[in-house]
Design a protein around this ligand. Structure first.
Ligand code: NAG
Ligand code: NAG
Ligand code: NAG
Ligand code: NAG
Ligand code: NAG
Ligand code: NAG
Length: 451
């Protein structure tokens, strides 16, 4: 990995987010496997890989009335808890024009990470900021920062995962800074673990770096594909975050693209297999094995915590949008407007990862019934899939800059579509509040609000 990084990335910068270039870099290296692995794993799906055919015609075998029909094929489509108080599923819908957006800029928000500051690096179009999510059959308000702060007064929220999870945290901070201020309350200088406190509302938001969710060791910075080789201890929690959860009221867990990289799998301290290690002596169990085990263990970690009484959100897989080539072979995301739901579909490894998450989520939720923990599905995958226009592409860095992921079709420009993940979050948190109020009053209240 190091040999491939540019001098700019190696030196980093002295901003409060200085480690991120490395993180971005690491993430991007993983994209090699976005392009290689699925051909092996999903021969039947290989022709419909996301980066080559996200502009494809509607799925031949599904009804085009709603994107949600894709998931019912596998019989796993879930009704989302967050919308249980109405018949409307807020996660299925379309993007509609919103001339009032955006609600912050790179001048009003310090939290936008350099590589997601697309306007700074000259992105010529700003239409990608001017959309809002319209669920089928109801409306979801755009983020109201004052309301969010009231809902989370005296509470704390943690993001556990990788740089895409942090991307959402930075969006949230930007949205809140419209009406308040924050102070850096991080425990130390380690950029992988940040904490921001909002004194006006006694609210804390924190990030915990854990791209594989389980205990991880870098075994070889080079590895078979020169992208590093990681040992994943699939039955050992990553105590960097699991030991810190008890103080949090809400935790948003996510993980994704890192699982595509070469990894060795350990269980009971013994090597049980790998993903793309290219060693004939080790069984290739594929990334779906580790992805499933990692979420299973992460959810179990919560269910095993005696003193955790909070709500765990699974933020579902966020598809990348490379088209006309692989990430390192000229692939790019040049679209300037969203897809309609009948213009694309989730497929290939993205579908596989999403389904794996849903299965493990469902199992964890059953376990949770015995405990006090609540599990919630922040099911952003569909809405996100429809936003090929929201990535930095080549506007995540200076034009001539030698960066590994020249066209970033994985992360999200700020402001941008990822802000909507926080619209969903606020909507869900408000529903949590209503649920704690028992009786008909809360039911009719939420009903009237949602319709
Ligand atoms: C970009 O950086 C890499 C690693 O430092 C180096 O191998 C490569 O030659 C550089 N490319 C250009 C065009 O400078
Ligand atoms: C914000 O974006 C503008 C272009 O829209 C750019 O000129 C400016 O340098 C950026 N500011 C910061 C602080 O990133
Ligand atoms: C802030 O919230 C915490 C709980 O997160 C609570 O223990 C503490 O008393 C609150 N402080 C103030 C000043 O309200
Ligand atoms: C915990 O975080 C530290 C500091 O970033 C890191 O060196 C270590 O590898 C992490 N531990 C695990 C189990 O991932
Ligand atoms: C596989 O195992 C054989 C026999 O133990 C050994 O000679 C060989 O070096 C191993 N190959 C790799 C790639 O580890
Ligand atoms: C998608 O739906 C819209 C509106 O219903 C329709 O105008 C458009 O032709 C459809 N596109 C495709 C590719 O089916």
């Amino acid at each position: 990995m190091k040999p491939h990084s540019s001098p700019e990335l190696q030196n980093g910068s002295r901003t409060s987010l200085q480690n991120t270039p490395k993180i971005v870099l690491m993430l991007t290296m993983s994209l090699v496997f976005l392009t290689i692995i699925p051909l092996y794993l999903f021969p039947l799906l290989a022709t419909s890989l996301a980066w080559s055919s996200s502009n494809s015609s509607p799925p031949p075998s599904t009804s085009s009335s709603s994107s949600s029909s894709h998931y019912s094929i596998a019989g796993l489509r879930m009704t989302t808890k967050s919308s249980s108080s109405s018949t409307c599923d807020i996660f299925r819908g379309e993007w509609v024009p919103n001339p009032n957006a955006p609600y912050y800029t790179n001048e009003t928000c310090w939290a936008i990470h350099e590589h997601q500051n697309c306007m700074k690096f000259g992105r010529p179009d700003n239409g990608f900021m001017k959309w809002r999510w319209k669920p089928n059959g109801c409306d979801m308000p755009v983020f109201n920062p004052g309301q969010f702060l009231e809902v989370v007064r005296g509470k704390s929220l943690a993001f556990v995962g990788d740089s895409v999870g942090r991307n959402q945290m930075q969006s949230l901070i930007c949205l809140l800074l419209r009406v308040t201020y924050s102070v850096d309350a991080s425990p130390n200088q380690d950029e992988k673990f940040r904490r921001y406190y909002f004194p006006t509302h006694n609210f804390t938001v924190a990030s915990f770096w854990s791209p594989y969710l389980v205990r991880t060791q870098e075994a070889d910075p080079n590895g078979p594909m020169h992208t590093g080789l990681f040992n994943l201890y699939l039955d050992e929690p990553d105590t960097n975050w699991t030991t810190q959860m008890k103080e949090f009221d809400y935790v948003i867990v996510s993980a994704g693209h890192w699982f595509l990289r070469p990894t060795m799998f350990y269980e009971n301290k013994a090597l049980v297999g790998c993903h793309y290690c290219l060693n004939p002596n080790v069984t290739d169990l594929t990334m779906h094995y580790s992805y499933r085990r990692a979420f299973r263990l992460a959810f179990k970690a919560f269910n095993d915590l005696d003193d955790f009484k909070g709500t765990v959100f699974l933020r579902t897989f966020a598809p990348a949008h490379f088209e006309n080539g692989e990430w390192n072979k000229g692939g790019n995301c040049l679209r300037q407007k969203p897809f309609r739901s009948n213009e694309t579909r989730l497929d290939g490894y993205s579908l596989e990862m999403y389904m794996t998450q849903l299965e493990e989520y469902k199992a964890a939720e059953k376990e949770a019934v015995k405990n006090k923990i609540k599990f919630r599905l922040l099911d952003t995958t569909d809405a996100t899939l429809l936003r090929p226009d929201g990535h930095p592409s080549r506007y995540g860095h200076l034009p001539g800059e030698n960066v590994t992921l020249y066209n970033d079709c994985v992360h999200w420009c700020l402001p941008g579509p990822i802000d909507t993940w926080n619209d969903f979050l606020l909507h869900m948190l408000k529903n949590e509040g209503r649920r704690s109020v028992t009786g008909r009053r809360s039911w009719s209240y939420s009903k009237s609000k949602i319709k």
